[in-house]
Write a protein of this length. Sequence first.
Length: 152
Amino acid sequence: MGAMCLQAQAETVNPAVGSEEVYWVVTFSIPQGQMDKFKAVVAPLVADTKKELGALEYEYTASDDERTVEIVERYSNSAAVVSHVTQTFGPKYSKPFLEIAKLERFVVYGTPSAEAKEVLKGFNPVYMAPFDGFTRTTAAEATGTTAPPATK
């Protein structure tokens, strides 16, 4: 068997440590039979959030029984967080959203500014500060290829 060698290449990655990105995973419980009503609130919220340049990722997921929803939100920086909460979610969607969904857990990652923490404080988030790591956007960035090399 021949030795498998990968040529070392410089990675072009976005650092986790030192990045301005702020992201979170938030968990809500949804009362039985309320998922369709909840989805009706979420659909226009997602459409409006998609228009925000600082919103990088915004994904809703549900458990099989549709009683638990997790949302993954990622923003380019703290200013984008403040904008989303104060201009989109807060004034337009917070009331109908929170009338249905009960907050269970809110975990924030990154290093949000004091202003971002202020707009999030009503959700009682847990803050997790990065101390080591990296972010890669594709597997190709690790090796410069899109798939592992074939072996015999």
